[in-house]
Design a protein around this ligand. Sequence first.
Ligand code: B12
Length: 189
Amino acid sequence: MLHLLGLLHDTPPVPVLRAYLHAPCRGCESAEAIVDLLRRGVRVLLSGTASDSHTWNLVYLQLVLEEWGHRVTNLGPCVPSELLAALCREYAPEVVVLSSVNGHGYRDGLDAIARIRALHGRAGAVPVVIGGQLGLAGGPDPRCAARLRAAGCTRVFDDGDVAALRVFVAALAHREDTLSAVSAAEEAA
Ligand code: B12
C-alpha cells in the first residue's frame, strides 16, 4: 500500500488518504503512520549521470526511496548535466540523488554538480548526493570523493551505502519539520 501511494507525485489531502486507508491491509503500517510518513516525505529528483546507461540501479533506488515514504521523480539514465540542472529549477526538489555504476561517476558527477551549483537561488543550494560504483578502480576513491565534495556535493556514497542514504534523506525530512516549526513560532510571535 505504501509503495502504491509512493507512485503519486503529490501527497493527496490528508482526509482523502484517511478515508482511503480506513482498512490498511494486514502487515501494513496503520493509516495514521502512512499519512504521517507521506506528509514528511521528501521530494526527490533521482537521476542517472550523463554517460551512464544502466537503469536497474535507478529502479531500485526509486523503489526504496518510495518505500521510505519519499516522493520520487526518476529522470532515468543518460541525463545530460544541462538538462538535470534545468529540471532542478523546474521541479524544485528537496534533494537530488545521482546514481552511477559505469565507472565514470566521479567525472560525470563533477560536471553535474557544477551545473547545479551555478543555478541561482534555492535551486542552486539544493542538497545533492551521489553514489554507486563511481570509479574504475573497483572500490571507493577517497581523493575523487573529496573532489566531488569540494565541488559542492553534499554527500558521496559508496556502492553499499543505501542505509546511509536512508538516514540522510530522513534527516532532511526532519530538518523541514524543524524549519516549519521555527517559521510557525516566528509568525505566532
Ligand atoms: C546489467 C548490466 C549492464 C546492462 C545494463 C542494462 C540496464 N538496462 O540497466 C548493459 C549490458 C546495457 C550494461 C552496459 C555497460 N556496462 Co554494465 N553491468 C551490468 C551488471 C551486470 C548489473 C548492473 C545491475 O543492473 N545491477 C542491479 C542494480 C539494482 O544494482 P547496482 O547497479 O549494482 O546498484 C546498486 C549499488 O551500486 C547502489 N547504488 C547505485 N547507485 C547509488 C546511488 C546512491 C546515492 C547510493 C547510496 C547507492 C547506489 O545501490 C544499488 C543497489 O544495491 C553490472 C555488474 C554487476 N553485477 O553489478 C555491470 C557493470 C555495472 N557494467 C559495467 C560496464 C563497464 C558497462 C559498460 C561500460 C560496458 C561496455 N564496455 O559497453 C556498459 C555501460 C555503457 C554506459 N554508457 O553506461 C561495469 C562497471 C565497472 C565499474 N563501475 O568500474 C560493471 C560493474 C561490470 C564489471 N564488473 O565490469 N551493463
